[in-house]
Design a binder for this molecule. Structure first.
Ligand code: RIB
Length: 299
């Protein structure tokens, strides 16, 4: 069983020719509201790809919450323990350009109320889980508290440090899989300069801090898996990208779903690479995440 603790957002998306710079207004194309949030996207990927999945988090008492919960329920994710609160459901304002690139601003709303007290009350679900997946769209103190409580208790702790924020050294040593993208890997510790050449110094830094596996997602360059024993690069599948939103979330969810099923790291990464390559060929966050049968047809 997988438990994702994280954000649930409604994405307010405008397609545009190019993303405006500071002080500039551009005329966009279509506007869409699409269920998102890094945590919820990762849970949807786990659920659609066949894993028994629970999501923990908070939403508001509004219509966005209803839509976000429906998307999770329809994706085979158990939402029983997600709580409503008086804050509004989290919202992300997303611009997507013609090359499929994006810029995102998140208003945390209810996600900010995912407190230690809530986590304590969810002890039963967390204790039953084999894999706990975390990101940085709930308070960092809560993320660190979960890692402190559950690391080493025959559970796999997966941290997708997005958006990039500093992670304490004592927490790094408890992470089984750290899955940042090419930008985040350079920004999650003040202990190492963020402008060094290449990934090698960062990989060594985090391995020395005790992280067991680092998987750096590199967009259309694929990904890099590093442990104390070896580094291995995995190429991406070549596709025509229309929207990269949630590609990283699809990778994280797909990787965990396969790893939980008993596949080894190499097999789970190869599967996740295919799943995320499918997601970039479709628009939106949860609207882009594939189902297991779609991936199986491609294998
Ligand atoms: O990773 C993509 C997600 O980031 C979007 O769905 C948005 O909600 C933000 O959380």
């Amino acid at each position: 069983m997988i438990c994702v603790v994280g954000s649930l957002n409604m994405d307010l998306v405008i397609d545009c020719q190019r993303i405006p710079s500071v002080g500039e207004t551009v005329i966009g194309k279509q506007f869409h509201t699409i269920p998102g949030g890094k945590g919820a996207n990762q849970a949807v990927a786990c659920g659609r790809l066949g894993a028994e999945t629970y999501m923990l988090g908070k939403v508001g008492n509004d219509g966005f919450a209803d839509e976000v919960l429906t998307s999770l329920n329809e994706s085979n994710v158990n939402t029983k323990w997600i709580q409503r609160c008086s804050e509004p459901t989290g919202v992300a304002i997303i611009s997507v350009d013609e090359q499929g690139g994006n810029s995102i601003i998140v208003a945390m709303g209810a996600n900010n109320t995912v407190s230690k007290e809530y986590i304590v009350s969810m002890k039963d679900v967390l204790e039953k889980s084999n894999i706990i997946i975390l990101q940085h769209e709930i308070p960092l103190t809560t993320v660190e508290y979960i890692i402190d409580c559950y690391a080493g208790k025959r559970k796999t702790i997966v941290l997708n440090p997005a958006p990039a924020m500093e992670v304490s050294d004592h927490v790094l040593s408890k992470i089984d899989f750290l899955i940042p993208n090419e930008h985040e890997i350079k920004k999650i510790s003040s202990g190492i300069s963020s402008d060094l050449e290449g990934y090698e110094p960062y990989i060594q830094y985090y391995l020395d801090k005790g992280v067991k596996n680092i998987i750096i997602t590199l967009g259309d360059e694929g990904c890099l898996h590093a442990t104390q024993k070896e580094n291995r690069k995995y190429p991406a599948r070549k596709v025509a990208a229309v929207d990269t939103t949630a590609a990283g979330d699809t990778f994280v969810g797909a990787f965990c779903a396969e790893y939980e099923r008993g596949l080894n790291v190499e097999q789970a990464i190869s599967f996740a690479t295919i799943a995320s390559s499918v997601s970039v060929t479709r628009k939106g966050a949860q609207t882009s995440i594939p189902y297991l049968y779609e991936i199986e047809e491609m294998l």
